[in-house]
Design a protein around this ligand. Sequence first.
Ligand SMILES: C[S@@+](CC[C@H](N)C(=O)[O-])C[C@H]1O[C@@H](n2cnc3c(N)ncnc32)[C@H](O)[C@@H]1O
Length: 198
Amino acid sequence: MKKVIDHYYKKAKEENYAARSVYKLIEIDQKYHIIKRGMKILDIGCSPGSWSQYILKRISKGKLFGIDISNKIKTKISSKDKRFTFIKSDIFNINIDFLKKKTGELDLILSDISPNTTGEKFLDSQISLRMLKQVFAISDALLKPGKNVVAKVFQGEDLEGYLNDNIKSKYKMIQRFKPKSSRKESKEIYIIAIGKKV
Ligand SMILES: C[S@@+](CC[C@H](N)C(=O)[O-])C[C@H]1O[C@@H](n2cnc3c(N)ncnc32)[C@H](O)[C@@H]1O
């Protein structure tokens, strides 16, 4: 992906975060108050690790599991931090039962996963939607009732149909949020699914 040196990029460097993406999560957390002390959280697509860095600052004695196909995560998070477990895996290959044995039931699932973009908007949005579906499949199995999911997706023509037909009935409320720190030209938005139904 093209590296754009903007305000958030510089701020991330100054504040020692692994990526500018952290400011999107901070905005989401300030608006929805999703991350709380003691929570057990899964961070999907966690490398290079800025979301995980922020989560670890917020959860006190909680636990964090991070999944990514790339293991570049190691750079900023201390290997001595026993609250964090990294799982190197492709989310499409992971066995969800195996994952559940490792994590147990979770208080929050976050996903900032994104495909390598091709520049072809329709194709990119289809791959991103496939990723979103996998995030919700993981949430079906691992998320405790009453708890929340935050997941990135690229807007595309099939997104609303998927949310209306498959996700709305499973959560008390679904919102779409575009953080200020998300580049205007990017098609990304975050789906905030509040209160998984039993
Ligand atoms: C935008 S980055 C996430 C940035 C991260 N939230 C942070 O703050 O550092 C998207 C991540 O999705 C990961 N990813 C892409 N496809 C994946 C897949 N199939 N399985 C697991 N991770 C994947 C990439 O390796 C990349 O690290």
